[in-house]
Design a binder for this molecule. Structure first.
Ligand SMILES: Nc1ncnc2c1ncn2[C@@H]1O[C@H](COP(=O)(O)OP(=O)(O)OP(=O)(O)O)[C@@H](O)[C@H]1O
Ligand SMILES: [Mg+2]
Length: 321
């Protein structure tokens, strides 16, 4: 039993009839990690979470969670993880507290500990005031928080979060992200899915990009940026402005020039070289540099280059759903 990994997936595959939803996916999640599955609509994120948590049977492949084989030791494994589905599984007509107590019962928390555990979680999630409110009457953000609290009722070592911040406003999404970080600091391994590139980058130690059921790449946000063929841009305005783009195009280490507002944008592989060339050019021509700024490749650039998908497309798709 390998204890270094919280999750091990080997050639994980899922067909729904003819539809291949997850296609021979391989990955490992280390204990203590926040691991993100990033991908557009229908990429297979939810299907993967459902297989990992024993809710759906893989068509092929093997899964170990917390060292247990999900095919044959699901009961043991379940004691150590919690699942937060994209759509809440709590009961609208039960109060916040009763939902947690009910979850405690389901997860096998001993009777005498249920109420105390529920109260601890209400406190942690800032929901103590709402303990007697019916779940249905809570705000969207509170509902999401309580659903996560319910999945933590048995103090799991690992939590699965399916799109934890989707449809939340900016403030709620941010507080939810800090909550996930806090959980992780307390030692909980996190597996989450998301449409949001920025979210994956902010939260995750490593990101797997999933596209049409296949993992395209698994890496840290920083390494993903590094993989991008570096194209740095330098924006510059001179006084007086040169009228000819030609001269700038001729500069060594600049391989492309565009007009940009009142100035120029110069592209090249080495930022120091571009900047050096700009200063040399300005002093030779007796021009003043009134503005200069530089930009380097972002995770978005990396994402587009790796997947061919514009990140906005993912947001639009999710909004429509
Ligand atoms: N119960 C099901 N029966 C048939 N096909 C399904 C079922 N669930 C999912 N699929 C199909 O499997 C593929 C993957 O779906 P899945 O829900 O896992 O994607 P997802 O990445 O979670 O998407 P979303 O971002 O929309 O939540 C899709 O083509 C979907 O239509
Ligand atoms: Mg989904």
């Amino acid at each position: 039993m390998d204890k270094t990994f919280a999750i091990e997936a080997l050639n994980l595959t899922k067909y729904y009839g003819e539809t291949l939803a997850v296609d021979q996916v391989n990955f490992e999640v280390r204990r203590g990690e926040i691991f993100g599955f990033l991908g557009p609509n229908g990429a297979g994120k939810t299907t993967t979470i459902r297989m990992l948590s024993g809710l759906s049977q893989p068509s092929a492949g093997a899964i170990r969670v917390l060292g247990y084989d999900i095919g044959s030791e699901i009961v043991e494994a379940k004691k150590g993880f919690g699942v937060v589905p994209e759509y809440s599984n709590l009961y609208g007509e039960l109060t916040a507290q009763d939902n947690l107590i009910f979850a405690a019962q389901l997860y096998g928390v001993p009777r005498q500990q249920r109420k105390r555990r529920a109260e601890e979680l209400l406190e942690t999630f800032g929901l103590l005031e709402k303990k007697d409110a019916h779940f249905a009457t809570l705000s969207k953000g509170m509902k999401r928080s309580l659903t996560i609290a319910a999945a933590l009722i048995h103090n799991p070592q690992l939590i699965f979060l399916d799109e934890p911040t989707v449809a939340l406003d900016v403030v709620n999404a941010r507080s939810l992200r800090s909550l996930v970080r806090e959980l992780n600091r307390r030692g909980v391994t996190v597996f989450l899915t998301t449409h949001y590139l920025e979210e994956a980058a902010m939260l995750c130690d490593r990101i797997a990009i999933l596209l049409q059921g296949r993992i395209i790449v698994i890496d840290t946000p920083d390494n993903l940026k590094q993989r991008v063929k570096a194209e740095h841009a330098c924006e510059v305005r001179f006084a007086p402005m040169p009228t000819e783009v030609m001269e700038l195009e001729g500069l060594e280490s600049v391989y492309r020039v565009e007009r940009s507002g009142a100035g120029f944008r110069l592209y090249g592989e080495s930022m120091p070289d571009i900047v050096q060339a700009v200063f040399t050019y300005a002093s030779q021509k007796g021009l003043e540099i009134v503005f200069i700024s530089t930009t380097s490749p972002t995770l978005e650039d990396a994402f587009v280059q790796l997947t061919g998908i514009a990140p906005e497309v993912m947001l639009v798709e999710k909004g429509v759903k």
